[in-house]
Ligand binder design. Structure first.
Ligand code: GTP
Ligand code: MG
Length: 171
C-alpha cells in the first residue's frame, strides 16, 4: 500500500504542562499508558494519523533538561508547544522559553508549523486560549504558520482539532 509520510514532531513546553498526557491521548488506545510520570530527558513515541506517520519527541520540560531541546530542532518538521493555562505565575517563563526557541538559528528562518495547546482548560481559573496567545505575543510570529487550541488532555478534548490543523501543513 501507500507509504505514509514520515513527520518528526517536537513536543515542548514547561514541566507539568501536559505534554506526555497529550501525546498519550493521541496514541492508539491499545498502546496508551494509565500512569503518566514526569519525563526524564525525553521519550520517543510513534503513531499514525490518516495520511501521516508521526514520530514525536516528547521532551522533558524540567529546567535541567531544557538544554536537550535544541539538539532535535534540525530534524523536526513541526513543533507542538504546550502551556498550562492555569499556571499564571510561570507564563513569563513559558514565554522566555518560546522566544528562545523561535530565535534559535535552527528554527528562526524556517516555515515549520507551530501548534500551541492552551492545556488544562478544565481548571476553574484557567486562562482562555486568547489570553494565553496575548501573554505569549503569538501575533508577533510572522514567519511560521501557528495555531492555538484550548485543550483538556485528560478528557482528550481539543486535541483532534489541533492535529487536524497540523495535517494541513504537513501534506
Ligand atoms: P514533564 O514531562 O515534566 O515536562 O511534564 P509534562 O508536560 O509531560 O506533563 P504531564 O503530561 O506529565 O502532566 C502533568 C500533570 O498534569 C499530570 O498530573 C497530568 O495528569 C496533569 N494534566 C495534564 N493535562 C491536564 C489537563 O488538561 N487538565 C488537568 N486538570 N490536568 C492535566
Ligand atoms: Mg512529560
Amino acid at each position: 500500500g501507500l507509504r505514509k509520510k514520515e513527520v518528526n514532531v517536537l513536543c515542548l513546553g514547561l514541566d507539568n504542562s501536559g505534554k506526555t498526557t497529550i501525546i498519550n491521548q493521541l496514541k492508539p488506545s491499545s498502546t496508551q499508558t494509565h500512569e503518566i510520570v514526569p519525563t526524564i530527558g525525553f521519550n520517543i513515541e510513534r503513531f499514525k494519523s490518516s495520511s501521516l506517520s508521526f514520530t514525536v519527541f516528547d521532551m522533558s520540560g524540567q529546567s535541567r533538561y531544557r538544554n536537550l531541546w535544541e539538539h532535535y530542532y534540525k530534524e523536526s518538521h513541526a513543533i507542538i508547544f504546550v502551556i498550562d493555562s492555569g499556571d499564571k505565575l510561570r507564563m513569563v517563563v513559558a514565554k522566555e522559553e518560546l522566544d528562545t526557541l523561535l530565535n534559535h538559528e535552527d528554527i528562526r528562518n524556517r516555515k515549520m508549523p507551530v501548534l500551541f495547546f492552551a492545556n488544562k482548560m478544565d481548571l476553574r481559573d484557567a486562562m482562555s486560549s486568547v489570553r494565553v496567545s496575548q501573554l505569549l505575543s503569538l501575533e508577533n510570529i510572522k514567519e511560521k504558520p501557528w495555531h492555538i487550541c484550548a485543550s483538556d488532555a485528560i478528557k482528550g478534548e481539543g486535541l483532534q482539532e489541533g492535529l487536524d490543523w497540523l495535517h494541513e501543513y504537513m501534506k
